[in-house]
Ligand binder design. Structure first.
Ligand SMILES: NC(=O)c1ccc[n+]([C@@H]2O[C@H](COP(=O)([O-])OP(=O)(O)OC[C@H]3O[C@@H](n4cnc5c(N)ncnc54)[C@H](OP(=O)(O)O)[C@@H]3O)[C@@H](O)[C@H]2O)c1
Length: 216
């Protein structure tokens, strides 16, 4: 069974992905700067749900025991988190789900990243890891509604072909989601920025939209 660690997995997005990946039969370790907080988040997700393989651990322990690692910290914590876990993440598939955004003047807007995108920053900070970027367009609220199917496409960017393929397989493992090859990490900025548009559209329409590529 593939073991997946989620760094910063105590937040809503990480918990939502943990739940969906565990429901898809993966073993998930929620990581946190505080192992007690990680264990509490894991217990909460498993409550009333038989057979889900979710546990909690300190970020470093979660990362070093995993086949694949999702980075689910806020953009402002990405650099320090990646730097502090560089050795634990070496040689592993690392998937950034970070969408750099801020709320200002009544709407969400994307934060511009000097490296191009959070995915490219993660790649630059983790030269010994195989870095991909994905899952930014799935909202935590939808991920956590386990009784509802999660439909949509997951645009996956990576410079490494195997990293892209493995991340697409991770998305495909979740029923009704489809992983889509979205090319190199240079494309990640468009996927990340689209998240701000989705949040704004959802606010306008009081809805839960996500993306689907027509014609593929
Ligand atoms: N929320 C959404 O709907 C959504 C949608 C698309 C993409 N995303 C992306 O997914 C990521 C996680 O989103 P979220 O809403 O779950 O975030 P969050 O709740 O703000 O943070 C997630 C976890 O990261 C850890 N953390 C917070 N600040 C940190 C720092 N400065 N350094 C290291 N760790 C820190 C915390 O865990 P501990 O204190 O337990 O360590 C926190 O529970 C973000 O990058 C966001 O852009 C979110």
């Amino acid at each position: 069974m593939t073991r997946i660690a989620i760094i910063g997995g105590t937040g809503p997005e990480g918990r939502g992905l943990a739940l969906r990946l565990a429901m898809a039969g993966r073993e998930v370790v929620i990581g946190s700067r505080d192992p007690v907080r990680a264990a509490d988040a894991a217990s909460e997700l498993k409550e009333g749900r038989e057979g889900l393989a979710i546990s909690g651990a300190a970020n470093a322990d979660a990362a070093s025991a995993a086949d694949a690692v999702l980075l689910s910290v806020p953009f402002e914590g990405l650099r320090s988190t990646a730097e502090s876990l560089r050795s634990e993440l070496a040689g592993r598939l690392v998937v950034s789900i970070v969408a750099p955004m801020e709320f200002a003047d009544g709407r969400m807007r994307a934060i511009s990243v000097p490296e191009g995108s959070a995915g490219e920053l993660a790649r630059d900070l983790l030269p010994e890891s195989r870095v991909a970027s994905a899952f930014q367009n799935l909202s935590a609220r939808d991920l956590l509604r386990a009784d509802r199917p999660l439909e949509g496409d997951v645009a996956v960017c990576a410079d490494d072909d195997a990293a892209r393929r493995e991340t697409i397989a991770l998305a495909d493992a979740m029923p009704a989601l489809r992983g889509v090859d979205a090319g190199p990490l240079a494309n990640s900025r468009y996927v990340e920025e689209l998240t701000a548009l989705l949040v704004n559209v959802n606010r306008i329409h009081k809805a839960h939209s996500t993306i689907r590529f027509l014609g593929l």
